[in-house]
Design a protein around this ligand. Structure first.
Ligand SMILES: NC(=O)c1ccc[n+]([C@@H]2O[C@H](COP(=O)([O-])OP(=O)(O)OC[C@H]3O[C@@H](n4cnc5c(N)ncnc54)[C@H](O)[C@@H]3O)[C@@H](O)[C@H]2O)c1
Length: 237
């Protein structure tokens, strides 16, 4: 049976690389992304197996509406996420904290709910949540809200895996530093990049394709893995 994979944040970086793998195996890729222009370009590149819709996963009404229009999804990759602004502990901005949690955590929960209401059975039905090693180590200095949101995703992965077994497997990926646009906020200069790479045992940033390879395995092949989190971080903790 052909799979249909809903991928949030599928227009760029890791989400786009996952969509490329999905289409390459002959499955449908349903992309939800907040950026209409990037979505249009990505869908044009991916061809007829890809279908895109502008959805802000932090907007409950938009997610509910898009959920009703879902065409028989079998798998889900909760990938959309934001880093948010840098914050000192002495100047916590509750509006910014709420924005990060609304997209990275509440949004992920609402998308999962919409997917579960629309999904059709598949022998390898599964969900992959894109967390981060920041969910384990707290994240880069100044980005504690992001770390907290990713820690929540690791907990939600375990809760979902327990609640949805045996019909749907649920696993998380915890990437380290991956070379995508989200990193430009933290690693703007060549110097910052070199410094970051010096802290990675593998000596380099990862690629979106290397994360997508692991997502493909968890989605379609890891038939006895559920509730797990797999680091793709070049040895970084
Ligand atoms: N790049 C890294 O180093 C790294 C490391 C660990 C985890 N991650 C996680 O991987 C995921 C993908 O990040 P990426 O590195 O590919 O970044 P990216 O910025 O290249 O891609 C993120 C995509 O999500 C979309 N998006 C953002 N907010 C959205 C919203 N509210 N609704 C729908 N779509 C939205 C963006 O438009 C973009 O297309 C994120 O959850 C991120 O936290 C990335």
């Amino acid at each position: 049976m052909n799979a249909a994979v809903l991928i949030t944040g599928g227009a760029s970086g890791i989400g786009r690389a996952v969509a490329e793998r999905v289409v390459a195996r002959g499955a449908r890729a349903i992309l939800w992304d907040v950026s209409g222009a990037a979505l249009e370009a990505t869908c044009a590149d991916l061809g007829p197996l890809a279908d895109g819709r502008v959805v802000d996963v932090g907007d409950a009404t938009a997610v509910a509406e898009a959920g009703k229009a879902l065409n028989a999804p079998t798998h889900l990759v909760n990938n959309a996420g934001i880093l948010g602004g840098r914050m000192d502990w002495q100047a916590i901005d509750p509006v910014e904290v709420s924005r990060i949690l609304a997209i990275n955590v509440t949004g992920m929960m609402q998308v999962t709910s919409a997917f579960l209401n629309a999904r059709v059975a598949h022998p390898q039905a599964s969900i992959v949540n894109i967390a981060s090693i920041a969910g384990e180590n707290g994240g880069a200095p100044g980005f504690a809200s992001y770390g907290a949101s990713k820690g929540a995703i690791l907990a939600l992965t375990r809760a979902l895996a327990r609640d949805l077994a045996p019909e749907v497997r649920v696993n998380a990926l915890a990437p380290g530093i991956i070379d995508t646009p989200i990193q430009s906020a933290v690693l703007g200069s060549a110097e910052a990049r070199t410094q970051a790479e010096a802290g990675i045992p593998m000596g380099r940033m990862g690629t979106p394709e290397e994360v997508a390879e692991a997502a493909d395995w968890l989605l379609f092949k890891a038939s006895y893995a559920t509730g797990e989190s797999l680091r793709i971080a070049g040895g970084r903790r």
